[in-house]
Design a binder for this molecule. Structure first.
Ligand SMILES: C[S@@+](CC[C@H](N)C(=O)[O-])C[C@H]1O[C@@H](n2cnc3c(N)ncnc32)[C@H](O)[C@@H]1O
Length: 238
């Protein structure tokens, strides 16, 4: 999925219909991640999601990463915040309240940009990417994030042969492969009614061909002293 695809979608208003409310799965399952409110949370491929405002309200410092300047601007406008913006390497850093959005490519994030991150909220990020980019995405985050990060991940699963993503179907086996070396727990599964309309047109969404949303808690394995063990399997970027 090329950057131009997403930038064009924002430019032509095709992503402006993003849900205005906070994702119920975040509200319901975030406490299970077990993250201290003082921890800083990364929201990759954040768009202009209100979920960032919810996380900030819960006490977290939030770092979003998003390609589109339009999305970043609309997030702060919707939040009644006037961000302070400055260029920082390959990114433009926008900061307002306790939310910072790094406008740029998630694949350009490095360890210094992600210093201090304690948690990740991935909704609409992994599923926005085709398989080869998903592997790169998981590898980049595993390599650049500090050890000990705890993640809430939302995925979709459906018959990919009937329709092309995004959002893409991410099979359970792939979640286990991408996050191998960490402790992976499936918190919740439901047949979602929120799939894009074109899914129904492709015959997806009924009881025979469900579109399933799955919610995952991914936390570090710890050694016998309770110290997080960094996964070795994720350390190389394909
Ligand atoms: C499906 S939307 C999800 C947005 C948000 N997470 C939500 O739940 O509403 C995917 C977003 O990822 C952004 N995006 C896609 N590729 C990206 C990349 N390589 N780096 C940063 N952002 C990217 C797009 O511009 C788009 O806003």
């Amino acid at each position: 999925m090329q950057s131009d695809f997403w930038l064009e979608r924002w430019r032509t208003g095709q992503l402006g219909r993003h849900r205005e409310d906070v994702n119920p799965a975040l509200v319901r399952h975030w406490p299970s991640v077990g993250l201290d409110p003082a921890s800083k949370v990364l929201v990759p491929l954040c768009g202009k999601t209100r979920d960032m405002a919810w996380l900030a309200h819960a006490g977290h410092e939030v770092l979003g990463c998003e390609l589109s300047a339009i999305a970043a601007r609309e997030f702060f406008t919707d939040s009644n915040l006037l961000p302070h913006s400055r260029r920082e390497g390959r990114f433009v850093r926008h900061r307002g309240g306790s939310v910072t959005i790094l406008e740029g490519d998630v694949f350009d994030l490095d360890q210094s940009a992600l210093a201090g991150i304690g948690g990740v909220y991935d909704r609409g990020a992994l599923v926005a990417l085709p398989p080869d980019m998903r592997r790169r995405y998981a590898a980049v985050l595993a390599r650049m994030l500090p050890p000990g990060v705890r993640t809430l991940l939302l995925t979709l699963e459906y018959d990919q042969s009937r329709i092309a993503g995004p959002p893409f179907s991410v099979p359970e086996a792939e979640v286990h492969e991408l996050y191998s070396g960490q402790e992976i727990g499936k918190l919740f599964t439901e047949d979602t009614t929120e799939a894009p309309p074109r899914f129904a047109a492709a015959g997806l969404g009924g009881p025979d061909r469900p579109v399933r949303q799955k919610v995952w808690r991914i936390v570090p394995r710890t050694d016998r002293h309770g110290t997080p063990v960094r996964s070795r399997t994720q350390s190389t970027i394909p």
